[in-house]
Ligand binder design. Structure first.
Ligand SMILES: O=c1[nH]cnc2c1ncn2[C@@H]1O[C@H](CO)[C@@H](O)[C@H]1O
Ligand SMILES: [Zn+2]
Length: 380
């Protein structure tokens, strides 16, 4: 085993922190089939586990965020009863724990789970019950994990204020924050300013999907108008980084090589603000390759931003649509972008520092779990 290039086994054993994972993007294919059968959902595009898994991966591999998002119709379609929501949430926790995740924030949009007649509160309570069951099962299996929920509002809809109020109502019951998601182009974050201003008055936390399918204006609004604590993706911040007299986004591979060879990076005012105020970037390499926000993991801006010491974190986004896991995202970064075990530890500590749970809880996980377990793996 080498620190420079940790192998798959070491990566699986390493403690991980996951801030950006959609509950409705991480179902087990077998579970989708079983719930569809039980609830009479007849629209699934495949009738067997392998075929369904392949359909999600291939359909999400479209180069467009809008088409990628169309695949969620089937996961959301089978998440419309309390039993289904509880089961999906429990399995999510078990799957993350088995992959070495010790703390996760799992997000979903309650407003998308009302088709079967549930109230917003029913949705949150069913998911919370599943998370608690999953935590108990994981602890019994020897993989303790803590999971909190982020409530997402869909950016094309008009429910953000209501969902923000729901997040505040459940802040002492398993919900740690708020998010907006969905198609980015045409739906700027300021459309939901009322929700964000309300959350700030309530001293609540939120992240915003920004700088994924749309560039700097979206990131700027998310931070300077809305006051986001973190950025979902934020990859396009590289549009505001110049290396060798060219925006790093012109040719991310060349920019990375030039920076590694010693070329200075010049940050625009927005990039400097994001870096200087340590705004966490919830980066999701495989997802971005599928939606066309990056052309490969090797050339994904995450590595340049890590080298420039932005507060980078590694995330899965949608495990089902990307056929991925935290271990796989980390393995790809090691194998294709030269990340070391130290880099993985650094990103993990970054993520834990950036979580929406109280500071003392974050510190305890860093000092009592993450650092000692990385030390055992040989990364002091
Ligand atoms: O990468 C993404 N960008 C924007 N929206 C997303 C992404 N992944 C999932 N969702 C959207 O978030 C909803 C709630 O979880 C999902 O239903 C999907 O529509
Ligand atoms: Zn996302």
């Amino acid at each position: 085993m080498s620190l420079e290039s940790p192998d798959a086994d070491v990566i699986t054993r390493a403690p991980k922190v996951l801030l950006h994972d959609h509950l409705d993007g991480g179902l087990r294919p077998a579970t989708i089939l079983e719930i569809a059968d039980e609830t009479g959902y007849a629209d699934l595009p495949a009738g067997d586990v392998d075929g369904l898994a392949r359909w999600f991966r291939e359909s999400a591999d479209s180069g467009s965020l809008e088409r990628y998002l169309e695949t969620f119709v089937h996961t959301v379609g089978v998440m419309q009863t309390p039993d289904a929501l509880r089961r999906v949430a429990r399995e999510c926790v078990e799957d993350l724990a088995a992959d070495g995740v010790v703390y996760a924030e799992s997000r979903y949009a309650p407003e998308q789970h009302l088709i079967g007649g549930l109230a917003l509160e029913d949705v949150v309570e069913a998911v919370n019950a599943g998370f608690r069951e999953g935590e108990r099962a994981a602890a019994e299996a020897g993989n303790p994990i803590r999971v909190t929920a982020l409530l997402t509002a869909m950016r094309h809809a008009a429910k953000s204020r209501e969902i923000a109020e729901l997040a505040v109502r459940y802040r002492d019951d398993g919900v740690s924050g708020f998010d907006i998601a969905g198609a980015e182009a045409g739906y700027p974050p300021t459309r939901h300013l009322d929700a964000f201003e309300y959350l700030r008055r309530e001293n609540a936390h939120f992240t915003i999907h920004a700088g994924e399918a749309f560039g700097l204006p979206s990131i700027w609004e998310a931070i300077q108008w809305c006051g986001a604590d973190r950025l979902g993706h934020g990859v396009r911040i590289v549009d505001d980084v110049v290396i060798d007299h060219r925006p790093a986004s012109d040719d991310p591979g060349a920019a990375l090589a030039a920076q590694a060879a010693g070329a200075e990076a010049y940050l625009g005012l927005l990039a400097a603000y994001v870096k200087d105020t340590r705004i966490p970037l919830e980066m999701c390499p495989s997802s971005n390759v599928q939606t066309g926000a990056a052309d490969s993991v090797a050339r994904h801006p995450i590595t340049l931003l890590k080298n420039l010491r932005f507060r980078v974190t590694v995330n899965t986004d949608n495990r089902l649509m990307s056929g991925t896991s935290m271990s796989r995202e980390m393995r790809l970064l090691v194998e294709e972008a030269g990340w070391t075990l130290r880099d993985l530890r650094w990103a993990t500590v970054n993520a834990m520092k950036s979580a929406f749970i109280p500071f003392d809880d974050r510190l305890a996980l860093i000092e009592d779990v993450i650092k000692p377990r990385y030390a055992e793996l040989g990364a002091p």
